[in-house]
Ligand binder design. Sequence first.
Ligand code: NAP
Length: 331
Amino acid sequence: MPTSGDIEKVVIIGSGPAGWTAAIYAARANLDPLVLEGIPKQTPALMLPGGQLMQTTEVENFPGYPEGVDGPKMMEDIKKQALRFETRVEMREVTSCDLSKRPFTLETVDFGGDTKTVTAHAVIVATGATANWVGLENERRLAQSGGGVSACAVCDGALPAFRDQPLVVVGGGDSATEEATYLSKFASKVFIIHRRDELRASRIMAQRVLDNPKIEVVWDTVVTDVLGDKHVTGVALKNVKTGEESTLDCRGFFAAIGHTPLTEFLQGQLELDDKKYIVLEDAGRSLTNIEGVFVAGDAADSVYRQAITAAGMGCKAAIDAERWLAEKGIE
Ligand code: NAP
C-alpha cells in the first residue's frame, strides 16, 4: 500500500458506476487502486459523490436487481464491492493535472479546502457528466424531493407515477426527441417545449417525433416555472415570439437540454471534442491520446449514458490499465 509521497499504480477519478467497476477490476488485479471519489456539490439536488445515480430514485434497468433499486443504494452496493477488494478511497476532487509527463500529477482538494498532490503511473478518468437544468427554483426543489422532475427519461420514465399521464420534455436536440419518443410509450401525452421554431435533433429523430400522434411540440416557448407542491402538476410557459404566457398540466418534467462532461480539469491536457467529451483513441476501448490515461463512462460517452454502459467501460479501462502497467513493468 503506497504511503504519502509514493507513486500510485493507478488512480481512478470518479465514483459512479464506471469508477467503482474500474476499482473492482483493478483491485482484483492487485493494482491497489486509489479512488478519488469527489466532494459533495449543489446541482438541482445536493449531489454526493457517486455521480448522477445519487440523484436517481429508482433504477429498474440495471441487471441483477429484479425488483429495481434506488440509485444511491446501487452506488453503495458497487462501492462496497470495490472496498471488499481493498480499494482505497479519498473524498477529494481533482482541480488540475499534469499529464504531459509520467508519472502523472493530480492536484486535489478535499471538502475542507485542504490540497494534496497525488502522483500516479496510470490514471482512469471516470468523472462522468452532469445533466444541464433549466435553472428554475421549483425545478431544483422537485428534483431534490423526487417530485417528478428528472433529467433522464430512460432512468425514470417507466415509473408508475408517470404512466398514462401527460409529461413535459424541455429541449430540441437528439436527447429531447429520444426521451419524448421513449416516454410516449408510457405517457398519455408528451409535450416537447422548445425555445425555437425548428428542432436541432437529427432529421430522422425529429421526424419520428413529428409523426408520433402522442407527441406535441410547443414551439418558440420556454418554461418559466414548474408548478406543484409535492409533485409536478404543470408548467408555466412563455411564448418567446408573442410574449404570451400560459400553463400546461403535466405530471412529469424532463429536462433534456444537454449534458456537460466533467472534464474541465483536463482542458489542455487530454484531447477533448468540441463539447468537452474525452476523445477515445479507439472506439470500443478505453485509450486516450495520452498513453497511461484511460477513460470510462459518460465523460467519453454522449450517446448511451447508462449505468450499465458506464460500468462496462469501467471494466475495460481497468483491464487496459492493467495490461499497460504490465507492459511497462510496473507491477
Ligand atoms: P444538444 O444537441 O446540445 O441539444 C440541446 C437542446 O436543448 C437544444 O435544442 C437547445 O436549444 C436546448 N436548450 C439548451 N439550453 C436550453 C435552455 N436553457 N432552455 C431551453 N432549451 C435549451 O444536446 P443533446 O440533445 O443532449 O445532445 C447532445 C449530443 O448527444 C448531440 O451530439 C447528440 O446528437 C448526441 N445524442 C445522440 C443520441 C442518439 O444518437 N441516439 C441521443 C442523445 C444525444 P437550441 O436548439 O435552441 O440550441
